[in-house]
Design a protein around this ligand. Structure first.
Ligand SMILES: Nc1ncnc2c1ncn2[C@@H]1O[C@H](COP(=O)(O)OP(=O)(O)OP(=O)(O)O)[C@@H](O)[C@H]1O
Length: 254
């Protein structure tokens, strides 16, 4: 089976600082992987190298078997690599319906049409309804983002990401900042992601990591020091050392 994402020996320096050192990993369709690591380990940099927001110094990135190392972020999105939108990138004056419609039109290369036209496109409308319904946002379809609670904005990020029909989804702390009362809905949405989607989630909350991930990758000082089963990560000596004993309290790891 062709890997959905294959990263081969990528590295990145900022000036004299090595932030990513010869990192390799692959995700198969359907993988559920958590990427953890102490603060400053290089997780965000790694994700930026995969998405093309940063260029690698060396190494290759492949999507569905094709080398995209020299391709920019938009081309990678078109090939199925989607990073969950950040709440900060949602438009306060737009509604969930409009956000999801815009993502669908972008996916279909139809953004040159008058945007309001989507209301006359039954297929787009049906898909918008379906996605908002799946994420429990149907009641808020026409409410401006500025009027919507933070937890539901994070669900909207997921809806926008899914509207792009990803093959590989990169999630950056999907439940961070969400009140306890709303995290259940986010976890349910994560549990219901399409079965063949490859998901890599950066997460600090180890309880969520253990519930979601079937594989855990630990990055420390820009290098992968563990890639294996969640049940084995806590006992791993290199991982323990990287966290300098903070494993005493497992839920504060990462
Ligand atoms: N544009 C940049 N220029 C110089 N140094 C940078 C740049 N971006 C990140 N760094 C440095 O690279 C290292 C890794 O940062 P990065 O944000 O990737 O880590 P992280 O694991 O995502 O951390 P956190 O969990 O705190 O978000 C840090 O030492 C950071 O200061």
């Amino acid at each position: 089976m062709t890997n959905a994402l294959e990263v081969d020996n990528i590295s990145k320096h900022f000036g004299g600082l090595k932030v990513t050192g010869n990192v390799s990993l692959s995700l198969a369709p359907g993988d559920r992987v958590a990427l953890i690591g102490p603060n400053g380990a290089g997780k965000t940099t790694f994700v930026n190298l995969v998405t093309g927001n940063l260029s690698v110094d060396a190494g290759t990135v492949r999507l569905g078997g094709e080398d995209v190392t020299s391709k920019g972020p938009m081309e990678r999105v078109r090939r199925g690599l989607v990073r969950s939108f950040q709440v900060t990138r949602l438009f306060q004056d737009m509604t969930p319906e409009e956000h999801v419609a815009l993502a669908i039109l972008q996916r279909e290369g139809r953004t040159n049409r008058l945007f309001g036209d989507f209301r006359r496109m039954p297929q787009v409308l049906a898909e918008v309804d379906h996605l908002l319904d799946e994420l429990g946002l149907e009641q808020l379809a026409t409410t401006k983002v500025s009027q919507i609670a933070y937890g539901q904005q994070r669900l909207l990020e997921l809806a926008v990401a899914l509207a792009l029909k990803p093959k590989v989804l990169l999630l950056d702390e999907p439940a961070a900042g969400v009140p306890q009362s709303d995290t259940g809905r986010i976890e349910q949405a994560l549990a219901e992601l399409p079965a063949d989607l490859a998901v890599l989630m950066i997460e600090h909350d180890m309880d969520l990591v253990f519930r979601f991930a079937r594989r855990v990758i630990v990055l420390a000082a820009g290098e992968i020091i563990f890639d294996g089963l969640p049940s084995e990560v806590i006992e791993n000596a290199r991982v323990r050392e990287a966290y300098l004993g903070s494993y005493a309290n497992a839920s504060s790891v990462a």
